[in-house]
Design a protein around this ligand. Structure first.
Ligand code: GLP
Length: 250
């Protein structure tokens, strides 16, 4: 793993957007895996600004989102369809047919999961997968205990995840109980992985991701198996590293 510690959330977002832009400019037909949550919001803002300045062309680019809640229609304000439209899709020139999110409102969820997995394979694998992380180590919505071999599947959200995400809803009971997420195996098949973590609340999760035992009990620990996985954090998220510089880029 390669660790980069940036001073602030703003600088982390600058760096993430820079990696995004370089990757797209190098290969305009790139296949991207995209996250939701508050961590990537700054990155998306900068990507939109880059596009407006004419520094980015996403017309040949394909995207696959990590996950989507079951039970929220795509137009619901807290659905990830809505999040992505607001923060990225409505402000850049991605073609609608090249944008993919799990079809969580499909009647046959299992079929929707298999179709999503097939679409990713047909696109020829994800070139750059960007991730956030939950405090319990979840990536996408792969909760603790989820096998490393998993592909796109339906997941029951853990109570702590629902509680963490309740800040976006009027009350906890409105937070969906299930979602569809890419599996750990789907994520790990990506050619490059970039994880973003910010703020003191993520400090323990960052430490376990880097140095904890590799175990499905802490899903992000699987990233230790990918020597090229790049982790961008701000200083606050690095608080528990106590000067451990093993993975710091020279
Ligand atoms: C949700 C998403 C994850 C994301 C996590 C962290 O649970 N499904 O993909 O990484 O939130 O979100 P935040 O960046 O808001 O802390």
């Amino acid at each position: 793993m390669i660790l980069e510690i940036l001073d602030t959330y703003e600088k982390m977002s600058d760096r993430a957007a820079e990696i995004f832009k370089e990757s797209v400019n190098r290969n305009p037909e790139i296949v991207l895996g995209l996250p939701t949550g508050s961590s990537p919001v700054g990155m998306y803002k900068r990507i939109c600004d880059d596009y407006k300045r004419g520094e980015l062309d996403l017309s040949q680019t394909t995207t696959f989102n990590l996950d989507e809640y079951i039970g929220l229609p795509p137009e619901h304000e807290q659905s990830y369809h809505h999040f992505m439209a607001t923060h990225l899709f409505n402000c850049v020139n991605l073609r609608p047919e090249n944008i993919h999110l799990p079809h969580a409102s499909a009647e046959k969820k299992q079929v929707a999961c298999e179709e999503y997995e097939q679409k990713i394979q047909k696109a020829g694998a994800i070139d750059l997968q960007i991730l956030g992380i939950g405090r319990n180590g979840h990536i996408g919505f792969n909760e603790p205990g989820n096998p490393f071999e998993s592909r796109t599947h339906v997941v029951k959200l853990h109570q702590e995840t629902r509680e963490a995400n309740a800040r976006f809803f009027d009350s906890l009971k409105e937070v969906p109980e299930y979602s569809i997420t890419m599996g750990i195996k789907t994520i790990m098949r990506s050619k490059r992985i970039l994880l973003l973590a910010t703020g003191e609340k993520k400090a323990e999760a960052v430490k376990k991701t880097l140095y904890g035992p590799i175990s499905p009990e802490f899903p992000a620990s699987v990233l230790q198996l990918d020597p090229d996985c790049r982790i961008l954090i701000d200083k606050a998220a690095g608080k528990s590293l106590e000067g451990d510089t093993r993975y710091l880029e020279a």
